[in-house]
Design a protein around this ligand. Structure first.
Ligand SMILES: [Zn+2]
Ligand SMILES: [Zn+2]
Length: 402
């Protein structure tokens, strides 16, 4: 295992209190990626290679989320010059040892994929690195992709299909929720890349009673995070969906996650879908899967593509965000929200902007919700799109009514 110099040890000593969920308890920040592909589906890296990337970058947890499959049972991947070549196979033997790389020649040359159980035995370290079982439940309706990540499931959740996009989302969300109840685990689901294949609209995101999470940032080069002339960006979709949920649908807040959706582990740069682009940082009681998911459900986390926060505080007067600042980098915090009685064009407006640290916004009492976004002056080292700056997305809060 690599030596771990996690900043969360430092951060855990700070008094952090997000909403009321974590006040008075000891919590730490844990960094993780919840959307990761391997050779178990359409990623191009063996799972041990994929996990090694994340452990070396000091992630605390990783969710393997292949399409409609768990890393369980016996699966042989052909060494046929496609995604697995003789050269890559030799690279795995050199790196992980030939006792861990099992190859057969009949009926075809193939490598056995390591199971989650084997990977846990090799990589997990109590309190330091956790592998969480996941699946990208991959469904569609009439050419509209509907992909939902199920996190901390015990058994596979089969795509449920439906008679509309909204119905397809609802049925899959319910099936994932059922798997949580069946297994007794804390299970969460996030709706992935709504603009991929122009699959999911804002109304469909706004309508889902079980939908609490969506990807505000996905590192895959094909997901259209920024929309186009006819489609909302993920950030604009977030605000519109929040307004509809809160004002019309009687539903709760929608939280934004950032993920890698990583597929490419051998070549890097534009057009490739590499690890390390987006992640979440969760303020949890322990590095245990149920605690991580509980904290996510409480909104006790932020999403990031490079900016690290040290505290997020919210009470009935204000929302404040403290940044782990790097010298010579400017951090611009925008407090974004929608006011009650807003006009049609006043959804998701910048209520205030500051370069102070901590950045503090005082509620006026007029806000329907407020969220924050911290954009640094530093370029993302391997961006989803050219020109991306390192950013953190703070979850929306409901200003207290009293
Ligand atoms: Zn997907
Ligand atoms: Zn994916």
């Amino acid at each position: 295992m690599p030596h771990r110099i996690s900043s969360r040890i430092l951060l855990s000593s700070l008094a952090v209190c997000l909403a009321t969920a974590s006040c008075g308890s000891t919590r730490s920040w844990y960094k993780g990626n919840t959307h990761t592909h391997t050779l178990w589906s359409d990623g191009n890296g063996a799972p041990e290679l994929v996990i090694s990337y994340y452990t070396e970058k000091n992630y605390d947890f990783l969710v393997l989320s292949d399409h409609n499959i768990l890393s369980q049972g016996e699966k042989w991947f052909p060494v046929d010059g496609g995604r697995l070549t003789e050269g890559k196979l030799q690279g795995l033997v050199d790196r992980f040892g030939d006792e861990h790389v099992v190859v057969r020649d009949e009926p075809e040359r193939a490598m056995r994929l390591q199971t989650l159980e084997e990977l846990r035995a090799r990589f997990e370290v109590q309190g330091q690195f956790l592998l969480v079982q996941g699946e990208e439940v991959t469904d569609s309706f009439d050419k509209h992709p509907v992909h939902i990540n199920a996190v901390n499931i015990e058994q596979t959740v089969a795509p449920q299909h439906g008679d509309s996009v909204a119905d397809t989302i609802r049925r899959n969300m319910e099936a994932i929720d059922e798997e949580g109840k069946r297994s007794g685990r804390e299970v969460m689901a996030h709706l992935n890349h709504p603009n991929f294949g122009w699959g999911v609209t804002v109304d469909e995101v706004a309508a889902m009673p079980l939908e609490r999470f969506f990807e505000v940032y996905n590192g895959h080069s094909g997901v259209r995070n920024y929309g186009d002339a006819d489609h909302l960006s993920m950030e604009a979709l977030w605000d519109s969906a929040l307004v509809t949920r809160l004002e019309e649908n009687g539903l709760g807040l929608l939280y934004g996650v950032a993920t890698d959706d990583s597929h490419d582990y051998y070549s890097w740069g534009p057009g490739k879908t590499n690890p390390g682009r987006g992640w979440i940082v969760v303020h949890a009681k322990s590095l245990e899967a149920n605690d991580i998911v509980r904290a996510l459900k409480a909104g006790d986390f932020y999403a990031s593509s490079g900016v690290t926060l040290t505290a997020i505080k919210s009470n009935k007067r204000s929302l404040s965000v403290a940044i782990d600042a790097t010298e010579d980098v400017v951090y611009t915090t925008q407090f974004i929200g929608t006011l009650r009685g807003h006009g049609e064009n006043d959804i998701g407006v910048v209520l205030a902007e500051t370069v102070s640290n901590p950045a503090v916004y005082s509620f006026t009492g007029e806000e329907l919700y407020v969220r924050a976004q911290v954009v640094s002056s530093k370029d993302h080292p391997n961006p989803y799109a050219k020109g991306d700056k390192e950013t953190a997305w703070v979850q929306p809060v409901l200003p207290s009514q009293d």
